[in-house]
Design a protein around this ligand. Structure first.
Ligand code: NAP
Length: 293
């Protein structure tokens, strides 16, 4: 079978152009300023630092201002809460993120709950998450929104399809399972959400029209686990021990040729996730009720 690769890099370029235009038209011209994203980073996790640097660069390239607060390793929860409170109160900040994961001594739930939902451009606050589940307008988590957009813009119809999601994390698996099943033209799919306690995952994946894999295990989904013509979305970003390159959660070479569509790693979901943070920041700036539009 001829497998079409879903090019996240290319689509992210297009969406960045759209966001740039929107910034110029509705923020720069009307509000005489640019959107402003705050980023709070804690500790010295190398991956987190790399992600944050790339987020800052993406903001620069598109005309979004960013401000980084970097708190040192071992920083106490109270200090982090103070910085969050400052971001919540700061009228110059449209939206902000607290880069995850946090160090073990910090209560992640408490941190997420302390973010003003109107500035929660990661879409992790329970208010936004609940609204998403109820199909009420809110910030959607960037990876889930990126996957939906990748499917939509490639004219892949979701309604009526059987989607199997592997992984139920708060940031990927659960939100995408909610979005794929919601009552909407970009949802209306029948979703099976699987996880580490699901026996014989291939019993589900073999029946799936769409498979979204977010497990964090390199090459987890093999070609023999899917049916011919299925659409496979690989969310994984794994650095393999003996290989310098990044590996996805899908065994690319056994799935390629059997799936109808497949996202490459890198260059599939990753760039879509990054661009959706920019989109959410733009939405936060447009949503501001304290400014004239
Ligand atoms: P996570 O929080 O570690 O969650 C992994 C999920 O996979 C859990 O729900 C876990 O089940 C499930 N799981 C683990 N082993 C399994 C198995 N053998 N069979 C079935 N399910 C299993 O991971 P995450 O944050 O969602 O990230 C997943 C991957 O996506 C990672 O590689 C991460 O780096 C990548 N990622 C990429 C992007 C992007 O933009 N491309 C964004 C975020 C994350 P339990 O709940 O039962 O433990």
């Amino acid at each position: 079978m001829n497998t079409k690769l879903l090019n996240g890099n290319q689509l992210a370029i297009e969406i960045r152009k759209e966001i740039s235009k929107e910034i110029e038209k509705n923020i720069l011209n009307k509000k005489k300023r640019v959107p402003h994203l705050g980023i709070i980073l804690t500790g010295n996790n190398r991956s987190s630092m790399t992600y944050v640097n790339s987020k800052i660069k993406e903001c620069q390239n598109i005309g979004i201002k960013s401000s980084l607060i970097h708190l040192p390793v071992g920083c106490i929860e109270k200090k982090l809460l103070e910085e969050i409170n400052k971001m919540n109160q700061n009228p110059l900040i449209d939206g902000f993120i607290v880069q995850l994961p946090l160090e073990k001594h910090i209560n992640q739930d408490k941190i997420i709950l302390s973010i003003d939902p109107n500035k929660d451009v990661d879409g992790f606050h329970p208010e936004n998450f609940g609204k998403m589940a109820l199909n009420i307008k809110s910030f959607f988590p960037a990876t889930a929104l990126g996957i939906l957009t990748l499917l939509e813009r490639n004219q892949i119809k979701i309604p009526g399809k059987h989607t199997v999601v592997i992984g139920r994390s708060r940031i990927v698996g659960r939100p995408i399972s909610i979005l794929m099943s919601r009552r909407s033209n970009s949802g209306n799919s029948t979703v099976t959400l699987t996880h580490s306690h699901t026996p014989n995952i291939e019993d589900y994946t073999k029946q799936a029209d769409i498979i979204i894999v977010a497990v964090g295990i390199p090459k987890f989904l093999k070609g023999r686990m899917i049916k011919k013509g299925s659409i496979v979305i690989d969310v994984g970003i794994n650095s393999a021990k003996n290989e310098k390159k990044i590996l996805g959660d899908v065994d690319f070479y056994s799935v390629y040729g059997k799936a109808s569509y497949l996202t490459p790693v890198p260059g599939g979901v990753g760039p879509m996730t990054r661009v959706m943070l920019l989109k959410n920041t733009l939405i936060a700036a447009l949503n501001r009720k304290d400014e004239k539009n």
